[in-house]
Design a protein around this ligand. Structure first.
Ligand code: FAD
Ligand code: SF4
Ligand code: SF4
Length: 490
C-alpha cells in the first residue's frame, strides 16, 4: 500500500477540469468534465488510508471511502464500484451534488495544509465508468416475495428505498404527483449541477428491475392514504417539503415576483423539452431582465446561476447575513461569482416597488435595508438588525423568493388526522423503526428531516427499507405461527 498511496505530499489536489465561466454562462451543461483514468488513479492515491477515516465518519452513508480510493488507485475499478454501490444507491449523483466541503472532504485529515482528497469526483468517476462498462445491472432478486410496498414520492428517498426493497424481492409500486421520476433531482436541481440523463438512467434501471411507477398520481387527491394501506402490506411516505416560505412587505404581490422552485421547475422542464406555458415562460424567464434573488441557500444559488444562463441583464443575490454565515455551499458561491453574479450581503428586502408596463404594473425595484449582525440568539447565530436610514433601491424586473420550504399539512392532505406531525409539520416517526403513528406506514427523507440533502434522503430511504423488511418479516412469522397453532389445535 505504502508505495501506491500517501501521495498527498508530492501530488497536489486536482479537481477534474472546470469549464471556463465565459463558456458555461451560455449553456446548461455540467461545469466539470470527467477525470481521465490516470488522473482518477493519481488523485485517489493521495489518500493516506487513515486508521480512523474522518471522511467516512462524516459521510451520512458511512461510505467505505479509503477502500474504494485504494482500489481506484490500483485501477481495480469494478471492485471499487461494487464497494461504493454497496452503501450508496446513487454514488454518481452524490459525487456530483453533495456539499463535500461540509461532509467527507471537509473532514479529510490532509485537508489542513495539503487540500483534501477529491472524494466526490472520484466517486462520480467510479460509477460513471461502471455505467459505461455495463457493470450496473437491473436487480434480479434471489427470491420473489408476495408482499408489496407502496411508496409515495419518487425523489431520492423513495427511489433508494424502492431499490433496497426490490433487492429483497418485495413488489414495489411508487406513486408521484409529478409526470417524471426523480423529485427535486429532476425538477429542482439544475442541469449544470446534475444532468438529467443521470437521473433518467436510474429510473430505467428501476423499471427494468420491475419497480412499478404511477406518475401524475397525487396522493390525497387521486388516491387516498387509506386506499394505499389496503392495497399494500406497508406504505412509505417520502413526499419531500414543498410549501415555499414567503416574505411579507408592501408590494410583495406584484407581477414579476415568483417562488424560486416555480422558476427552477419551469427552467428544468424547458431543458427537458417540455412546452412551458406562455404565462410561465413569460414570468419565469430571466432573459434581458434585472434579476434579484432573495435568500442564501442552495436554492438561491441555483436560481442566480440559472438566471445567468437564461441571459439576464444583471443578477444579484440579496442575503441578510454575510458570506461566512450563509447556509449555501461556498463552492457554489464561488461558481456563481465566477459566472458574474453579484452578492449583496447584509441586506434585506423591505418593500417591492412597481412601475406601469404594457402588461399592467410590474415590479421594478426592491427597496432594501442594510443589516448589522448583532448578539448571538439562543441558537448561537448573530441576530440581523436593521441599520437606520440605510435604504437603497435595487433595480429588478424579476424577483425570486428562495427562503426555504416547509412541509404541507399531510394529515389534512391525506385525510389522515391520526398521522402524527412535529411542531414543524414534519412527520413524526419512531427513529428506531421509522414508523409513523400509523401501523405499517413509514416515512423518510425531507418530510421527516425538513429540507435537507440528497445524501440524507438516500440514507433514510435505505434505513426505511430495512425497517419495513423487519416489520413485514415479523408479521409473516407471526401469521405463520398463528396458522401453525390453529392447525395444532384442530
Ligand atoms: P423530494 O426530492 O422532494 O421528492 C419528493 C417527491 O414526492 C416528489 O417527486 C414529489 O412530486 C412527490 N410528492 C409530494 N407530495 C406528493 C403527493 N401528495 N402525492 C404523490 N407524490 C407526491 N441537496 C443536495 O444534496 N445537493 C444539492 O446541490 C441540492 N440542491 C438543491 C437545490 C434545490 C433547488 C432544492 C429545492 C433542493 C436541493 N437539495 C440539494 C436538497 C435535495 O434536493 C432534497 O433534500 C432531496 O431531494 C430530498 O429528497 P426526498 O426524496 O425526501 O424528496
Ligand atoms: Fe462524500 Fe457525499 Fe460521497 Fe458521502 S456520498 S462520500 S458525503 S460525496
Ligand atoms: Fe483518505 Fe482523507 Fe479519508 Fe484519511 S480522511 S482516509 S486521507 S480521504
Amino acid at each position: 500500500m505504502a508505495e501506491r498511496m500517501l501521495k498527498f505530499v508530492g501530488t497536489p489536489q486536482a479537481m477534474p477540469a472546470k469549464r471556463p465561466a465565459s463558456a458555461r454562462r451560455h449553456d446548461f451543461q455540467e461545469i466539470y468534465s470527467a477525470y481521465a483514468r490516470d488522473k482518477a488513479s493519481e488523485q485517489a492515491a493521495r489518500c493516506s488510508q487513515c486508521g480512523v477515516p474522518f471522511c467516512q465518519i462524516h459521510c451520512p452513508l458511512g461510505n467505505n471511502i479509503p477502500d474504494w480510493l485504494k482500489l481506484t488507485s490500483e485501477g481495480r475499478l469494478e471492485e471499487a464500484y461494487e464497494l461504493s454501490s454497496a452503501t450508496n444507491n446513487f454514488p454518481e449523483i452524490c459525487g456530483r451534488i453533495c456539499p463535500q466541503d461540509r461532509l467527507c472532504e471537509g473532514n479529510c485529515v490532509i485537508e489542513k495544509g495539503f487540500e483534501s482528497v477529491t472524494i466526490g469526483s472520484v466517486e462520480k468517476y467510479i460509477t460513471d465508468t461502471a455505467w459505461e462498462q455495463g457493470w450496473v445491472k437491473p436487480i434480479v432478486p434471489r427470491r420473489e416475495r408476495a408482499e408489496s410496498v407502496g411508496i409515495v414520492g419518487a425523489g431520492p428517498a423513495g427511489l433508494a428505498a424502492a431499490e433496497q426493497l426490490r433487492r429483497k424481492g418485495y413488489q414495489v409500486a411508487i406513486y408521484d404527483r409529478y409526470d417524471r421520476v426523480g423529485g427535486l433531482l429532476i425538477y429542482g436541481i439544475p442541469n449544470f449541477k446534475l444532468e438529467k440523463e443521470i437521473v433518467q438512467r436510474r429510473e430505467k434501471l428501476l423499471r427494468d428491475s420491475k419497480v412499478t411507477f404511477h406518475l401524475n398520481c397525487d396522493v390525497g387527491r387521486d388516491v387516498t392514504l387509506a386506499q394505499l394501506r389496503e392495497r399494500h402490506d406497508a406504505v412509505l411516505i417520502a413526499t419531500g417539503v414543498y410549501k415555499a416560505r414567503d416574505i411579507s412587505g408592501p408590494g410583495v404581490g406584484l407581477p414579476g415576483i415568483a417562488p424560486a422552485l416555480d422558476y427552477l421547475t419551469a427552467s428544468n422542464r424547458a431543458g427537458l423539452g417540455d412546452k412551458v406555458p406562455a404565462h410561465e415562460s413569460g414570468v419565469l424567464d430571466a432573459k434581458g431582465k434585472h434579476v434579484v434573488v432573495i435568500g442564501g441557500g442552495d436554492t438561491a444559488m441555483d436560481c442566480v446561476r440559472t438566471a445567468v444562463r437564461q441571459g439576464a441583464k444583471s443578477v444579484r443575490c440579496l442575503y441578510r447575513r454575510d458570506r461566512a454565515n450563509m447556509p449555501g455551499s461556498q463552492r457554489e458561491v464561488k461558481h456563481a461569482e465566477e459566472e458574474g453574479v453579484e452578492f449583496v450581503w447584509l441586506t434585506a428586502p423591505q418593500t417591492f416597488l412597481g412601475k406601469a408596463s404594457s402588461n399592467g404594473e410590474r415590479v421594478s425595484h426592491v427597496r432594501s435595508v442594510r443589516i448589522h449582525l448583532g448578539m448571538p440568539d439562543a441558537t448561537g447565530r448573530q441576530t440581523p438588525q436593521e441599520i437606520p436610514d440605510s435604504h437603497v433601491n435595487i433595480e429588478a424586473d424579476l424577483v425570486l423568493k428562495a427562503l426555504g420550504f416547509d412541509p404541507e399539512d399531510l394529515p389534512a392532505l391525506f385525510a389522515a388526522p391520526d398521522l402524527g406531525v412535529t411542531g414543524w409539520g414534519t412527520l413524526r416517526i419512531d427513529w428506531k423503526n421509522m414508523m409513523t403513528s400509523l401501523d405499517g406506514v413509514f416515512a423518510a427523507g425531507d418530510i421527516v428531516r425538513g429540507a435537507s440533502l440528497v445524501v440524507w434522503a438516500v440514507r433514510d430511504g435505505r434505513d426505511a427499507a430495512e425497517r419495513i423488511h423487519s416489520y413485514l418479516a415479523t408479521k409473516a412469522l407471526s401469521s405463520a405461527n398463528g396458522a401453525a397453532a390453529r392447525i395444532a389445535a384442530e
